[in-house]
Design a protein. Structure first.
Length: 215
């Protein structure tokens, strides 16, 4: 009985700190690299509700708004004292804000202003130029996030030279410089790799770049 009473008192204490009533969140959505406003971005308001003896449950979508031609949005909502509210943003052709920073914004009670800067998507293909007949292959990554490898690594069985652009298209950051790093590994020599090699390239939003790796 004492434990139950303690649990109830603790729960009431938590809920008493929550605020309720009319609230809103507003702001502007910008494009990184140009600072231009983004029209038609989705701004999603989520909430997770407190349930006695279970704590905060999984969040559910509470409302969605879309940015106007000036990139501006506003969501009005009635805050429940038993819920916490969060907001995140996404738009076609852009990386979602949550994916890039791995967190949502927590919304306070009352008037809250939150702006978002979204990273536009762009694309890249790799041109591999193999200049020797060693059993070697390339493996690397873009921006330390998106991994890739050369055709030899995907389809072993040949040690001939080649000059090719595989059909694989990788999604990278638009309107900015992307970093590339890769290793050249030698098969048959305990799979030892050479030192890491680095490069960079710029690609505009929505465009597809060709990045060349020679080994």
């Amino acid at each position: 009985m004492y434990k139950v009473l303690t649990l109830i008192l603790c729960s009431l204490s938590i809920l008493s700190c929550q605020k309720k009533g009319p609230s809103y969140v507003k702001g502007t959505i910008y494009e990184r690299g140009t600072n231009q406003p983004i029209e038609g971005a989705s701004i999603i308001l989520d909430k997770d509700k407190y349930v006695l003896a279970y704590g905060y449950k999984e969040s559910n979508k509470d409302d969605t708004s879309y940015s106007d031609s000036n990139g501006e949005y506003k969501i009005k909502f009635t805050r429940s004292p038993t819920a916490r509210y969060y907001i995140h943003c996404e738009a076609p052709g852009y990386f979602t804000y949550y994916d890039e920073i791995n967190q949502d914004y927590k919304i306070k009670h009352g008037k809250t202003a939150i702006n978002f800067t979204l990273i536009p998507k762009a694309y890249v293909k790799i041109k591999f130029i193999k200049t020797n007949t060693n059993f070697s292959y390339v493996s690397g990554s873009f921006n330390e996030k998106v991994t890739f490898s050369s055709p030899y690594y995907l389809s072993p069985g040949t040690n001939t030279t080649y000059n090719t652009i595989p059909s694989i298209i990788y999604t990278v950051y638009g309107n900015q410089v992307n970093t590339v790093s890769w290793l050249v590994s030698q098969i048959g020599q305990s799979s030892q790799a050479t030192s890491k090699i680095e490069g960079a390239f710029f690609v505009a939003k929505g465009d597809t770049a060709i990045f060349t790796i020679q080994f």
